[in-house]
Design a protein around this ligand. Sequence first.
Ligand code: GDP
Ligand code: IMO
Ligand code: MG
Length: 424
Amino acid sequence: MSKPAENIAILGLQWGDEGKGKLVDLLSTNFRNVVRFQGGNNAGHTVVINGESIALHQIPCGAHHPECFLIIGSGTVLSFEVFHQELECLHKRGIDILDRLLLSDKAHIILPYHIAIDNWRESGSVAIGTTGRGIGPTYEAKAARHGVRLGDIKAANLLEKISIVYKEACLKIGSSASLPTPETVFEKLRELASPLLKCIGNAQEYLYNAWKQGESILFEGAQATMLDIDHGTYPFVTSSNCSIGGLFIGTGLPPKALNKVIGVAKAYTTRVGAGPFPSELNNSIGEQIRKAGHEFGTTTGRPRRCGWLDAIALRYACHVNGVDALGIMKLDVLDDLERIGIVNGYQTEDGKLLHTPPSSAQEWEKLEPVIEYFDGWTKPTKGAKSWSSLPTQAQKYLKAIEKIAETPIAYISTGPDREEGLFT
Ligand code: GDP
Ligand code: IMO
Ligand code: MG
């Protein structure tokens, strides 16, 4: 066996959209394999190359590097329609990936019925602001053991499997809903899957062999710890485990195959959809951050809610994931602020000071943030490429983040482009 490579996971530590895509793209040059292991096209990971912005939803961001082999693990859910759009988007840029792609035969397929159930539920009284991509219902079908997997596409009973999901959707939504027939879904699925059949296979075995042969593996997390179904702000979460445990479930690799965890956070906080957000700024500063950071969803275009960095949530996420080093993104977005806040405590209604997040969203909604303010910086950080070129106030702010998160910073991003940022 050759010398083992250092395998790294990139995980979101907040409520998503931290800039994972940029970091995965940057690091991919050093990796043979790049893997997505959970989530689906609820994710939107952006890479900016020479001023051109490219968002991928299911295909790993290693796609931009021709030498990277791309794997979509068993813990993911997949939309074939969106997959084809992504292939087309890459093709237009001269990138073809079909000869360096493996889709797990155990990954689940998002059917139109799952999307219909998602939207039906969201139109009711318990809306949580999902992306409407059918993610929750596809994971529900998996847990209910009537999911349809990529490996089922060639199976003789595919139509039967689709019919079970159809019947379930009719029971929920009502048979008057204009759902496509199972036959129509079956035909369309076979048509969309046909060019990809050669890419469907045993991803666990592939990854095990890659690991044993010392090939390097980069794991690309989607969503983030605060959206994790177990460890996030339940029920305002997604339906997969986006924190570290999901990596092993979603690949079939054992924990010892992973050497390092890089946690990614913005220098402030954003969240799309409903749910607790104690450091939210419902004022002109929140507006200013949204504008400066172009904080509109990559997948749905919704305006993202903006607020100060929530150090309680950040430290918690570092603990859950065993984060070795931080990537702090979008520092430049704070360039024009006079002062910058970090939430480093929550005050309960009865005057108690909390330094860890509560378990329930109801408790969380009632908390008042305790904010520590830092001076804004006297010169911009935009495009900075070295620690010494950062203004001292920004250095002080970053040092405070390291201290509160109990984790060193390995990368600081100072603009969306590949070139903008520095490894410490
Ligand atoms: P992901 O889901 O974690 O990959 O993040 P998204 O791609 O959804 O959102 C991050 C957004 O911020 C994208 O539009 C990136 O191009 C952009 N971005 C990443 N890093 C920086 C940065 O350092 N500064 C600025 N201004 N934008 C950044
Ligand atoms: P990336 O990988 C930000 C949020 C939705 C909603 C909740 C549940 O780009 O960081 P779902 O459709 O998953 O059932 O929605 O999760 N959400 C994200 N927010 N970034 C994402 O992915 C997200 N994926 C899901 O807005 O609040
Ligand atoms: Mg995103």
